[in-house]
Design a protein around this ligand. Structure first.
Ligand code: KIV
Length: 285
């Protein structure tokens, strides 16, 4: 039986009931199957695909075509969760027309049910235009990796009353523009709680404390496949990277020892046929 799909109304309802909403990133079909089967509410094809799986130094270089490619793969693995595609840098920054057209691609070509955009202020205008066009939008405030350079690097945002007020105002602006959900990244926990309480739409935190309406983590951080720097807000639930390395080491060892493949991994041929093959080959000499 097909599970009941998570819709926009479902996350709104979860917020009303005070039930935390879960979000995890995925970039391919097998991962999507895993997180969907685990019961996650929303799956984000983050532009973090750029650094997490494509080897770029940050999220800036990833293109629309690459994001659509990953979103389509993830969509094939999802049965229940709400699928959100992350709009890459410069796919919504040039004009409202460009923003709406690219957002539409995530739904039409990618199979996503919604898109996410980073930033407040002028981005609210894009959000309003996308919503008018029938595209559900998630906002993203606080530390916005696509413009981290403008924010002074990858650092906690909203630590002063003035900057905290700006984030709250931007959040209210995105809600007003029609965003149905907000991701809030790397802000003090009390600000995360305050914004979640002030907004009617669900606020999903990442490094925003436990008082938000939900949480999001990058899948590779959560299961420990990500090498390099681990942000303070990440909790590793598994050390899959080491386990995967050990598995490949065992495979290499067994191939070198000729203990893999064993009989159970091989395909037999009958004695008769093999003897006939030998005779046929001798006849050719
Ligand atoms: O791209 C991403 O993975 C994100 C999440 C960290 C929210 O934007």
């Amino acid at each position: 039986m097909e599970p009941q799909k998570v819709e926009l109304g479902t996350v709104a309802q979860l917020k009303r009931e005070g039930k935390p909403i879960t979000m995890v990133t995925a970039y391919d079909c097998p991962t999507a199957r895993i997180v969907d089967a685990a019961g996650v509410d929303t799956v984000l094809v983050g532009d973090s695909a750029a650094n997490v799986v494509l080897g770029y130094p940050d999220t800036i270089p990833i293109s629309m075509d690459e994001m659509i490619h990953h979103t389509r793969a993830v969509a094939r693995g999802i049965r229940r969760a709400l699928l959100i595609g992350d709009m890459p840098f410069m796919s919504y920054n040039v004009s409202t027309e460009q923003a709406v057209a690219n957002a539409g691609r995530f739904l039409k070509e990618g199979g996503a049910k919604a898109v996410k955009v980073e930033g407040g202020g002028w981005v609210a205008g894009c959000v309003a235009a996308m919503v008018r066009a029938g595209i559900p939008v998630v906002g993203h405030l606080g530390l916005t990796p696509q413009t981290a350079g403008m924010l002074g690097g990858y650092r906690v945002q909203g630590r002063t009353a003035e900057s905290a007020k700006k984030i709250l105002d931007d959040a209210l602006g995105l809600q007003e523009a029609g965003a149905f959900m907000l991701v809030l990244e790397c802000v003090p926990d009390r600000l995360g709680t305050l914004i979640s309480r002030q907004l009617q739409i669900p606020v999903i935190g990442i490094g925003a404390g436990s008082g938000t309406d939900g949480q999001v983590l990058v899948f590779h951080d959560l299961v420990g496949i990500q090498a390099g720097f681990t942000p303070k807000f990440v909790k590793r639930y598994l050390d899959a990277g080491s386990q995967m390395q050990q598995a490949v080491e065992s495979y290499c060892r067994e191939v070198r020892q000729r203990s893999f493949p064993a009989a159970e991994h091989s395909f037999p041929i009958s004695e008769e046929e093999f003897a006939a093959l030998g005779e046929a080959l001798q006849g050719e000499e």
